[in-house]
Design a protein around this ligand. Structure first.
Ligand SMILES: [Zn+2]
Length: 270
C-alpha cells in the first residue's frame, strides 16, 4: 500500500516509524518543508548532529534504514503551496491512506480537501498543549470533513468547567496554559494511537469513533481523570461550507477554493 504523509515533526515521525513497519507498506510519500533545528532534538528521533538538514530527508533516510524495500518520495514543500499542487494531487490520487501530522489549521483544511477530492481515508493526530491529552481523528470518504469536525467540536464545547473544554479542541489555542510544550512521551502516545488507527482504517476495520480524545493527565477544570478516552461519532453536517456542496461528485477546483476561503475566513473571525 501507499501512504501519503504530511508532517514529520515530533509526532509525525512516530506515526511514520510505526506505520512503515507494516509489510504491506510499499511506498511512502512524505511532505515536510521544515529544517531540523536544535530545539527539535529533545522531542525527536534524530540526533543533534542532524541539525540543519531537511526533516523530510532525515525521515526518508530513517525509513530506508529499516525498510530498504519501500519506495520513499521525500517532498520538501509546503502542502498548501499552489506551485506544487499538481504534483501533490498526483500522489494523493494513487495513495491508499493519508496521514496528517501538522499543526497549521490552513494545512489541515487543505489536506482534507485533497483527500476528499480523491475519496481517500486519512487520519489526523493532535496533541493538546502541555501534553495533557490528545485527539486522533479518522476520516472516511463521504463522512464528516475537517470543517464538520471543527464546527461540531466547537458547538459541543461546554463552557468553563465541563470537559472537554473549547480551547483544548484547538491545539493552536491561545490560552496561556496551552502554550506549555508537550513531553516526548505524551506526543508519542497520541502518535502511536494515530498509527494504530491509521492501520485499522486502511484495513477497513470499524473503530467505533470518528474522533477519539484521550486524557493523559489530570488537568484542572479539563480532565478529572488521566488515561480516559472520550469517543465521538461526528456525522457530516448537511450545511457544511466545506463538504456540503455537491458531495456526490466532489467539489470542482473553484468550489474547493471558495469553500476553503470561507472556512479560513470563519476561523480568522473566531
Ligand atoms: Zn464538512
Amino acid at each position: 500500500m501507499t501512504i501519503f504523509q504530511v508532517g514529520v515533526g515530533s509526532g509525525g515521525i512516530v506515526v511514520l516509524d510505526l506505520v512503515m513497519r507494516e509489510p504491506t507498506v510499499r511506498k511512502i510519500v512524505l511532505v515536510e518543508p521544515d529544517v531540523y533545528k536544535s530545539h527539535n532534538v529533545h522531542r525527536h528521533l534524530f540526533p543533534p548532529s542532524d541539525v540543519g538538514q531537511l526533516k523530510v530527508k532525515l525521515a526518508a533516510e530513517w525509513v530506508r534504514r529499516f525498510r530498504p524495500d519501500v519506495e520513499v518520495v521525500p517532498l520538501a514543500v509546503d502542502v498548501t503551496d499552489p506551485i506544487h499542487q499538481a504534483e501533490l494531487y498526483s500522489h494523493v490520487a494513487v495513495c491508499d491512506l493519508g496521514v496528517c501530522a501538522v499543526d497549521s489549521e490552513s494545512a489541515k483544511y487543505h489536506i482534507d480537501a485533497m483527500m476528499r477530492k480523491h475519496r481517500k481515508p486519512w487520519t489526523m493526530g493532535e496533541v493538546l498543549s502541555g501534553g495533557i491529552g490528545g485527539w486522533v481523528h479518522r476520516f472516511v470518504p463521504g463522512g464528516a470533513c475537517y470543517g464538520c469536525l471543527a464546527s461540531h467540536l466547537q458547538r459541543a464545547m461546554p463552557t468553563d468547567n465541563t470537559p472537554p473544554p473549547a480551547d483544548y479542541a484547538d491545539p493552536n489555542a491561545t490560552r496561556p496554559e496551552t502554550a506549555i510544550p508537550a513531553s516526548r512521551a505524551s506526543i508519542s502516545v497520541i502518535a502511536s494511537l494515530q498509527a494504530l488507527t491509521s492501520l485499522e482504517l486502511v484495513a477497513g476495520k470499524e473503530a467505533g469513533f470518528s474522533s477519539l480524545l484521550l486524557s493523559l493527565a489530570v488537568a484542572d477544570g479539563i480532565f478529572t481523570e488521566a488515561l480516559r478516552p472520550y469517543r465521538f461519532r461526528i456525522a457530516r453536517t448537511p450545511g457544511c461550507l466545506v463538504c456540503g456542496v455537491d458531495q456526490d461528485d466532489g467539489l470542482s477546483g473553484e468550489q474547493l477554493d471558495v469553500a476553503l476561503d470561507q472556512a479560513l475566513a470563519r476561523l480568522a473571525h473566531e
